[in-house]
Design a protein around this ligand. Structure first.
Ligand code: NDP
Length: 300
């Protein structure tokens, strides 16, 4: 059996299309344009690429994009003052502070300064608590994208055994909460988990969010399982030439594809969904702020 390849790139384009439609409808009916503010502190090259892509896709979806680039030495107080200004700005419906922040800035303090209603990354403790108690929250983008792909591929998830490998606040834990919300039987595995291979083999849905290149081989996967590979790892690729690299996931794709029922590739799987879900969250935040119905199929 060869697994179905879940095309995250194509699915993300569909999600962005739905967002653009929602934005256009909002604009026509109510004269409202959703706005996303992205704050970047410092010159981390990877973060600069993310921020540029976020800005471009925001504008493509018909939303307003506000980029704030601060230098690496910006005092914490100045960043907090900017967040306060964005919190108060009615044209801004979503605020994202690009992580990681420079060492002298307390990340937790900055994240909790963001108005929870504008917290499109879903990292504010209030949103974490709302998600954990099954209430309407802003949901972190990467796990939201994984959930959308799972629902699209499998339909009803209830009763399925889901194993999430990784327990970070940005991926593993919210992913587990979302799967629980869809009535899966959820196991969270991590670096101290015993018999990890056995645990993985019980999964109808296996989500890998570890950050270790190809650590999950095909023989850890239950035949027919749906595998979502969140990992993004850069490894040497001497076959492409000296000093060249390539991206791989946390799952060994070539062996996993022989066993799984469906699998997301890396690149082109979960990655493109993250920005699409950021746009979806901004539209959702805008609708909520204006007391309007939320867009269908774009929330948890
Ligand atoms: P973290 O480093 O924060 O968390 C990694 C988790 O993996 C931890 O819970 C850790 O366990 C667990 N872990 C580490 N080693 C093992 C092991 N040998 N066996 C089992 N579990 C292990 O990473 P993130 O959650 O932030 O990211 C995970 C991956 O996803 C990375 O590759 C990252 O680049 C990628 N990513 C991709 C995104 C996308 O848009 N596609 C977005 C965000 C992340 P413990 O808690 O015990 O230490």
């Amino acid at each position: 059996m060869t697994a179905t390849r879940i095309d995250g790139k194509a699915f993300a384009a569909t999600v962005r299309g739905k967002v653009a439609k929602g934005v256009a409808a909002l604009n026509t009916a109510h004269g409202i344009t959703p706005g996303l503010a992205v704050v970047l502190v410092g010159e981390d090259p990877a973060s600069q690429v993310y921020v540029r892509n976020k800005g471009l896709q925001t504008v493509e979806a018909g939303m307003a994009s506000f980029e704030h680039k601060l230098d690496a030495e910006t005092p914490e107080a100045d960043l907090l003052a900017l967040v306060a200004k964005l919190n108060a700005d009615p044209a801004v419906h979503g605020i994202l502070v690009q992580l990681p922040l420079p060492k002298h800035i307390d990340e937790a303090k900055v994240l909790s300064a963001i108005d929870p209603a504008k917290d499109v990354d879903g990292f504010h403790v209030l949103n974490v608590g709302l998600l954990g108690t099954g209430q309407k929250a802003m949901v972190p983008c990467t796990p939201l994208g994984c959930l959308m792909m799972l629902r699209d591929h499998l339909g009803d998830l209830s009763g399925l055994n889901a194993v999430v490998v990784g327990r970070s606040n940005i991926v593993g834990k919210p992913m587990a909460q979302l799967l629980l919300g869809d009535s899966c039987t959820v196991t969270i595995a991590h670096s101290r988990t015993k018999e990890l291979a056995e645990v993985c083999r019980r999964a109808d849905i296996l989500v890998a969010a570890v950050g270790r290149p190809e650590m999950i081989p095909g023989d850890w996967i239950k035949p027919g399982a749906t595998v979502i590979d969140v990992g993004i790892n850069r490894i040497p690729a001497p076959e492409k030439g000296e000093g060249k690299t390539r991206l791989v996931g946390d799952v060994a794709y070539d062996s996993a594809v022989q066993v799984a029922g469906a699998i997301t590739p890396v690149p082109g799987g979960v990655g493109p969904m993250t920005i699409a879900c950021l746009l979806a969250n901004t539209l959702t935040a805008c609708c909520r702020a204006n007391g309007l119905p939320e867009p269908e199929g774009l929330t948890a």
